[in-house]
Design a protein around this ligand. Structure first.
Ligand SMILES: *Cc1c(COP(=O)(O)O)cnc(C)c1O
Length: 439
């Protein structure tokens, strides 16, 4: 490649060789406008682009960078793993160690590692169908579970950002096997089970929805899902790809299942579990998980699954998160501080908004103070046009936010006072830009 010295030149070069210039749609800045930043390095809470400009990072790779960038323990572990070899296509001790560590945090018996969250949820669906002999899956509007065919209906995340109802290329047959219900709607679920109960293999839900912005489950909603699925012989698939090891030390489960004393049947993890490397996992009871090949009839495989360098990054990240109490304490503190700064700035500029919070996760929505956001319809009805100017102003002032209003803001334990001061200085400008925005 030719050396690009500006973000625009880098994006132009990228557009000539990759669709939209990106390898994941939201990176193209479609809904916020402007030129995507071409990033070259990151350290602690900061990112640096090809122009040498530095940004406080509030994306954290969409969650994985729990400890910030270049955490010394993670880098040491990765460097040591690289020196031992990049990939063996066979089992390694670190896979067992990471599975043991996950088992020490959440109540699962078996773990299968894959490389992406999409693979994890796809495998969970196949397992649920294999275990029950049923076809139908229930998902919630606005919940994102990766880009596999059956899960793209009303999927939030990049589809919400680009206002797409679903995806071309998904067959009607596949779409017909996914029943979509509004989030937080117990009556709709009861009805779906009353009609289709005998054919429902599983309900899949985000432990806390965070791909239509954060939406807080109503009190008792998750417990209701647990009871309803069990009653009808369906499995509860608990997608913690985003929330796992981040919303709390025990993920989204720490906000409902753990205090209420119940557990789902299948879990999916991703993002933090790989510490910035391509790692995800499906996990659950031995009874269900041992249906996977080679023990059982449900097939799943991966050339690079359990990759040794990726396992080293995940082990070091979760190792630090579980052994150093400062990690989650700092995440909580920075998250609260950020919400307070955001709210003050928006209120100061007269911008109507609400903030949704679940553990260390939060997001905000414009023009929703009267109702808050409890489902996808409410998320989509917000004054999203205010976000582009807000986002661009933050970027101009050296703060890198998610390039979509439908995403949580991600902090890390490396976000320090200096980083917070830069955010605090930028927010009032961005709030004024949001106030001045017109639809
Ligand atoms: C990110 C995400 C996925 C998909 O993970 P990928 O690694 O991007 O395939 C699945 N479920 C949830 C809840 C996610 O946030």
């Amino acid at each position: 490649m030719t050396e690009s010295t500006t973000n625009l030149a880098a994006f132009d070069a990228a557009r000539r060789v990759m669709p939209g210039g990106v390898n994941s749609p939201v990176r193209a800045f479609g809904s916020v406008g402007g030129t995507p930043r071409s990033l070259v390095s990151a350290s602690g809470p900061y990112l640096r682009d090809v122009e040498g400009r530095e940004y406080v990072d509030l994306v954290c790779s969409w969650g994985p960078m729990l400890l910030g960038h270049q955490h010394p323990a993670v880098l040491d572990a990765v460097h040591a793993a690289v020196d031992r070899g990049l990939s063996f296509g066979a089992s390694t001790p670190d896979e067992t160690r990471l599975a043991e560590l996950i088992r020490s945090i959440v109540p699962v018996e078996r773990v299968r590692f894959v490389s992406t969250g999409t693979e994890a949820t796809m495998t969970a669906l196949r397992l649920a169908r294999g275990a029950t002999g049923r076809n139908l899956i229930v998902k919630f509007a606005g919940c994102y579970h990766g880009h596999s065919d059956g899960l793209l209906a009303s999927a939030g995340s990049g589809l919400a950002t680009q206002a797409l109802p679903g995806s071309a290329g998904v067959t009607e047959a596949q779409a017909a096997e996914t029943l979509v219900v509004p989030y937080n709607d117990e009556a709709a679920l009861r009805e779906v089970f009353a009609v289709h109960g005998e054919n429902i293999a599983a309900v899949i839900t985000e432990a806390v929805p965070a791909n239509m912005g954060v939406v807080v489950p109503n009190d008792g909603f998750n417990q209701f899902l647990r009871t309803l699925t069990a009653k009808h012989g369906a499995l509860l698939i608990w997608d913690e790809v985003l929330t796992g090891f981040r919303a709390t030390a025990t993920g989204g489960w720490g906000l409902s299942g753990e205090p209420e004393g119940w557990a789902p049947d299948l879990w999916t993890f991703g993002k933090v579990v790989g510490g910035g490397m391509p790692v995800a996992a499906v996990a659950g009871s031995a009874e269900v998980m041992d249906l996977l090949a080679p023990l059982g009839p449900v097939y799943q495989a991966g050339t690079l699954s359990g990759n040794p360098v990726a396992m080293a990054a995940g082990l070091a990240t979760l190792g630090e998160a579980t052994s150093n109490p400062e990690v989650y304490a700092t995440l909580s503190q920075r998250s609260e501080q950020l919400q307070q700064l955001l709210s003050e700035a928006l209120t100061g500029a007269g911008v109507d908004h609400s903030i949704q919070t679940a553990g260390t996760l939060f997001s905000f929505a414009f023009g929703t103070s009267a109702t808050g956001v409890h489902d996808y319809a409410q998320a989509q009805s917000q004054e999203a046009f205010r976000y582009g100017p807000f986002f661009q102003t933050m970027l101009d002032h050296g703060v890198y936010l998610p390039p979509s209003v439908f995403e949580a803001w991600f902090v890390s334990s490396a976000h320090d006072d200096a980083a917070m001061e830069r955010i605090a200085a930028a927010l009032p400008h961005a709030a004024r830009a949001a106030a001045a925005a017109t639809a």
